[in-house]
Ligand binder design. Structure first.
Ligand code: SF4
Length: 371
């Protein structure tokens, strides 16, 4: 039975320098056509999603849609899902989109968690990232949501921004901690090949920080947040008072989920699918009933190990060995090497990152894939 539903909204009002997500700036007409297609897809799969326990509307920027358009989407979801019984119903937003009217709409349709893309409060760094909000937009958005009883708010932050100083990082951390929220995702800015930033670096217009500075910043984030009572439960995620993202834990523990909308991925049974990552082809596919889903190869063991290692509690290798009838450390000798080198540790059958390992997580993940 499917318990988690992801909905992708691939539109943004502008493109941020670092972003490589599936998103675009689109005309109103295209956005309407997309919404129609998405609604058709939701209705088509209706029966299989009626009992989901988590819904996550992500993007792109879902709050890029008008209130009227979002209401159409929420109404459709409420017509197939008893949303009052959904444990975690999240929408991603940009702070400058959120007015009291948006917050009221979220409340009306039982959305109980809002994930806000803040990234930094430093005006130069915001401009550099091409974000359009100000500090006051963030505090206002939080105020509106809280005034309606939406208290489960998550904030996305970024460190390792080119030109960002340690002092600016401290100011960002201080600000975010002051908001008294229960969940923070703190990502290192990664140079993604499809991003504008990648082109700027290639043209020598931007220099990215060396790994030592990145590591110093990451360790500072971990230290500051954990000292304030946050539980560092995933490589980039911190929660207080049991506010871990239930939806995202579905991915990290390799459980089934369904994704709707262009580019959305699904894991159902033993199969992984994704909807075509092209808005126009997705709309055409849904409206003309031509295939828009592609199955792709599943690396069952590797997926389970890589996703599971993202959680700081690690993976139970005894269970994995029994489940797949393997000896994990012999099958992936590099994992054994990382264990010897102190990047991973094995305690009571739990294989997990050490602090040193968290700093090079990506290298370890590659090791798993390469076997
Ligand atoms: S980072 Fe978020 S808001 Fe910026 S372009 Fe990417 S999806 Fe859109």
């Amino acid at each position: 039975m499917l318990t988690s539903l992801y909905i992708h909204i691939p539109f943004c009002k502008h493109i941020c320098t670092y972003c490589d997500f599936h998103k675009e700036v689109a005309t109103l007409e295209k956005k309407k056509a997309y919404l129609n297609a998405l609604i058709s897809e939701i209705i088509e799969v209706g029966d299989s999603i009626k009992n989901v326990k988590t819904i996550y509307i992500g993007g792109g920027t879902p709050s890029n849609y008008s209130i009227k358009d979002l209401e159409r989407l929420f109404k459709t979801l409420s017509s197939v899902i008893e949303t009052k019984s959904v444990i975690e119903y999240t929408i991603e937003v940009n702070p400058d989109d959120i007015t009291i009217e948006y917050a009221t709409l979220f409340k009306k349709y039982n959305i109980n968690r809002v994930s806000m893309g803040v990234q930094t409060i430093n005006p130069e760094n915001l401009t550099y990232l091409r974000r359009t909000h100000k500090k006051s937009d963030i505090t206002n958005a939080i105020k509106y949501l809280r005034s309606l009883g939406i208290t489960n708010i998550s904030i996305d932050m970024i460190f390792n921004i080119p030109n960002q100083t340690m002092k600016q990082l401290e100011e960002d951390i201080e600000f975010v901690l002051k908001q008294d929220i229960k969940h923070i995702s703190y990502y290192s800015l990664i140079l993604e090949e499809k991003s504008i930033l990648y082109q700027l670096v290639k043209q020598n217009k931007v220099t990215i920080k060396d790994q030592d500075v990145e590591a110093k910043m990451y360790l500072r984030v971990i230290d500051a947040l954990t000292k304030q009572g946050f539980n560092h439960y995933e490589i980039s995620n911190f929660s207080k008072d049991n506010h871990q993202s239930i939806h995202n834990i579905t991915y990290w523990t390799n459980k089934d989920y369904i994704g709707l909308g262009s580019g959305a991925h699904s894991l159902i049974g033993n199969k992984r699918f994704n909807n075509v990552s092209n808005v126009r082809r997705y709309i055409e596919g849904v409206s003309s009933n031509t295939p828009y889903k592609e199955e792709y190869e599943r690396f069952e063991i590797e997926d389970e190990v890589m996703m599971g290692l993202r959680l700081l509690e690690g993976i139970n290798i005894k269970q994995i060995n029994e489940k797949y009838n393997i000896d994990l450390l012999n099958k992936y000798p590099l994992l054994k090497q990382y264990l010897t080198d102190g990047y991973l540790e094995l305690i009571n059958n739990k294989l997990k990152f050490t602090t040193k390992g968290l700093l090079v997580g990506n290298v370890v993940f590659m090791a798993v894939m390469e076997g």
